[in-house]
Design a protein around this ligand. Structure first.
Ligand SMILES: [Zn+2]
Ligand SMILES: [Zn+2]
Length: 304
């Protein structure tokens, strides 16, 4: 399973229909949050993501991307959470998050591990890697690529039987990549009975950024790119000034990366109810573009 729930899709300030930035990603047994703007915990209740968050990945420390973690961690503590929580973010993650842990709360009932990440230094999780990469914003910032491990290729029992492998534990060993010795001393190698490994899914979340080559690189062949789209063409100059992207610029990045799908988010209040304009400007550059709304759920299927 790889299920995304958009918890907040507004830039800088919330509107009636859009909360500040937050994205829940449930991958198999782990639930991740990418950014946690004010009000995120209420959105999680509203959209039923569950509270069993294993880690929060921050893209940067502008207030609209992290203040929600204060209340959320406090709620978890009151609910008796005991599992540790990992917080990942670029500088000054340690300084800011350390203060945050004691803001408006006594000591939390569970361990919070703060990890200050550097671009290009992967974070290993269960069955996937979270890779921060450098983006271009007003302050230190990073995008995140979620890269699933390869899956073993399809197993062909008929081939294994023909090579003299008895069904049972030996089948399991081959499927796990372990060679098996059969009667007569011949060793059957996994690649004789398995197809080539299948790639995992790739998801990229830019956070706030100008369009940049690092995103093109990170999103190469991605199943889904979620890109800053604060502005439309009319504010292209503002986008440069404030170091955000326009819908069209995001779409060009998606095209250059060869991503399968683009979702635009972090909308200026001006586009709160006017996503049509953003789509009109983005789709000529990259057809498979959507604009996120709060509560939007996307399930990414496994590639063939
Ligand atoms: Zn922002
Ligand atoms: Zn920002």
């Amino acid at each position: 399973m790889l299920r995304l729930t958009f918890l907040g899709t507004s830039a800088a300030q919330p509107t009636i229909g859009r909360n500040l930035t937050g994205l829940a990603v449930r991958r198999e047994r782990e639930l991740f949050l990418f950014d946690c703007g004010e009000g995120t915990q209420r959105q999680m209740i509203r959209y039923g993501t569950g509270f069993d968050v294993a880690a929060i990945c921050f893209t940067h420390f502008h207030a609209d991307h992290y203040l929600g973690a204060i209340g959320f961690l406090r709620t978890l503590s009151m609910q008796g959470r005991v599992e540790p929580m990992d917080l990942y973010g670029p500088k000054p993650a340690r300084k800011l998050l350390d203060v945050m842990l004691f803001t408006g709360t006594e000591k939390l009932a569970f361990e919070v591990r703060i990890h200050e990440v550097k671009a290009g230094e992967p974070v290993r999780r269960d069955g996937c890697t979270l890779l921060p990469y450098a983006t271009q914003h007003k302050i230190a910032s990073c995008g995140w690529a979620l890269l699933e491990d390869e899956r073993p290729g399809l197993f062909h029992p008929d081939k294994a039987l023909a090579l003299g492998v008895p069904s049972g534990p030996a089948f399991g060993a081959l499927q796990r990549g372990v060679p098996v010795e059969v009667a007569g001393g011949r060793v059957v190698r996994p690649e004789e009975v398995l197809d080539a490994p299948r790639r995992g899914r790739r998801l990229v979340v830019t956070g706030d950024t100008r369009p940049c080559p690092a995103t093109v690189e990170a999103a190469r062949g991605a199943d889904l790119l979620i890109h800053d789209s604060t502005f439309g063409d009319a504010e292209a100059g503002r986008a440069v000034e404030t170091m955000h992207a326009t819908a069209r610029e995001a779409a060009v990045v998606a095209r250059e990366a060869g991503a399968a799908r683009l979702v635009l988010t972090h909308l200026s209040t001006r586009y709160d109810k006017d996503v049509a304009t953003l789509l009109e400007q983005a789709r000529p550059e990259f057809a498979a573009t959507e604009v996120a709304s709060d509560g939007l759920v996307i399930e990414l299927p496994l590639p063939e």
